[in-house]
Design a binder for this molecule. Structure first.
Ligand code: CP
Ligand code: NVA
Length: 336
C-alpha cells in the first residue's frame, strides 16, 4: 500500500507493475476521450523550488482530467523551511488539500514534509531522486520493448537524481542497468549498494561507455549539469564530453535500441540532434507518459476509500476529514 511517493526504493515490484498497469489504462481512456473523475472535489498543491515544464503541466492537467483541481505554488525565490518550518507548512496544507506534489533541492525536505502531513506527498524531483520520471520512462520502455526481463538499459551521464531512481527501479525489476559515467560522477554509494543488493537482474557502474553500449536495448542520457549546478557547467562539460550520445555511440547499441532522455536536453552536449530527432528516439513518448503515469500515482494515493479517507489518513488513523468536508446534517441551515 502506498501512502506517499517519495522514492522508488519504498515500492515493491508489485507496486511498480500496478502503477504501470493503471497508467496504461488511464492512457487508453484518455486516448478514447473517456471521462474519469475519481478525484472529483479534491485538490492538490504543486510546490516548485526549481523550474519545470513537463512536471508542472502534466500534474496540473492530470488533476484536471481526474476531476480535481491543482494549485501551483511557485517557491523559486526561497526554499522550503525558510519562511516557516516544514512541519508548519505540512500542518497548514493538510487542512486544505488532498495531496502535495513537491520539487525541491533537498530530498530531506520532502521526507520531512511527508512525515508531518496527513495527506500524500509526491516527489516531483529532488537533487537525489526523480521517481515520477522513471515510472513514465518505464511505461514508454515497455510500450516499445514489451517485457522488462533482461533488457539492458545504459545510462550515460551523471549518477544523480534520474539515474538514482533508475537504480531503485532496477532494485525491483529484472533489467540489466549500467551507469557509464566519468570518474567522480558515480551514483551515491548507498543507492548503488541498495540496488546491487536487491536487484533481481544486474546493476553496474563503468567508465567505459563504448563497452557498456554493446547489446544495449535502451540508451538514456540526461543533462551534464543539473538544476542548481550551473556554476559547474564548464568543468562538467569537459568531464562528460566523451559520454555524448551521438550517431557513433548509438551504432554500438543493438540496431533496434531506443534512445531516451528525461528532458530538458542540451542539444549538442549530452545528445546530438541526429539522435534525439532520429527514428530510435522515444523522448516525447516518455514526456507524454508523465501525464498518464502521474495520474496513476495520484489515483493510487489520493482516491478516497469507502470510509471517505485516503490510504494515508486511514493508515495513520489520527486525522479527521478537513473541516467542511462532512455531509451536511439534514435540516441544518447554516444561514439561520
Ligand atoms: N523531465 C522533467 O522533469 O522535466 P521538467 O523539469 O520540465 O519538469
Ligand atoms: N538531472 C536533471 C533532471 C531534470 C528533469 C536536473 O536535476 O536538472
Amino acid at each position: 500500500m502506498l501512502y506517499d511517493f517519495i522514492s522508488l526504493a519504498d515500492l515493491e515490484a508489485g507496486d511498480i507493475y500496478d502503477l504501470l498497469e493503471l497508467a496504461g489504462s488511464l492512457k487508453k481512456m484518455q486516448r478514447e476521450s473517456r471521462v474519469y473523475h475519481p478525484l472529483e472535489g479534491q485538490s492538490a498543491v504543486l510546490v516548485f523550488e526549481k523550474p519545470s515544464l513537463r512536471t508542472r503541466v502534466s500534474f496540473e492537467v492530470g488533476m484536471f482530467q481526474l476531476g480535481g483541481q491543482a494549485i501551483v505554488l511557485d517557491q523559486v525565490h526561497h526554499r522550503l523551511g525558510e519562511r516557516e518550518s516544514i512541519a508548519d507548512m505540512a500542518r497548514n496544507l493538510e487542512r486544505w488539500v488532498d495531496g502535495v506534489v513537491v520539487r525541491t533541492y533537498s530530498h530531506e525536505a520532502i521526507v520531512e514534509l511527508a512525515e508531518h502531513a496527513s495527506v500524500p506527498v509526491i516527489n516531483a524531483l529532488t537533487d537525489k531522486q526523480h521517481p515520477c520520471q522513471v515510472i513514465a520512462d518505464a511505461q514508454a520502455l515497455s510500450e516499445h520493448k514489451g517485457d522488462f526481463e533482461g533488457l539492458k538499459v545504459v545510462f550515460a551521464g551523471d549518477g544523480n537524481n534520474v539515474c538514482a531512481s533508475w537504480m531503485h527501479f532496477a532494485a525491483r525489476i529484472p533489467i540489466h542497468f549500467v551507469l557509464a559515467c566519468p570518474e567522480g560522477y558515480e551514483a551515491s554509494p548507498e543507492v548503488l549498494a541498495f540496488a546491487q543488493a536487491n536487484a533481481p537482474g544486474k546493476v553496474e557502474v563503468t567508465h567505459d561507455l563504448k563497452a557498456a553500449l554493446a547489446g544495449a536495448d535502451a540508451v538514456y542520457t540526461d543533462v551534464w549539469a543539473s538544476m542548481g549546478q550551473e556554476a559547474e557547467q564548464a568543468d562538467r562539460a569537459r568531464a562528460f564530453e566523451p559520454y555524448q550520445i551521438n550517431a557513433e555511440a548509438m551504432a554500438l547499441a543493438k540496431p533496434n535500441a531506443v534512445f531516451m532522455h528525461c528532458l530538458p536536453a542540451k542539444r549538442g552536449s549530452e545528445v546530438t540532434d541526429e539522435v534525439i530527432d532520429g527514428p530510435q528516439s522515444i523522448v516525447y513518448d516518455q514526456a507524454e507518459n508523465r501525464l498518464h503515469s502521474q495520474k496513476a500515482i495520484m489515483v493510487s494515493l489520493m482516491e478516497r476509500r469507502e470510509d471517505g479517507l485516503t490510504a494515508k489518513r486511514s493508515h495513520r488513523g489520527d486525522v479527521p476529514q478537513p473541516a467542511g468536508r462532512d455531509e451536511p446534517r439534514s435540516g441544518t441551515n447554516i444561514t439561520a
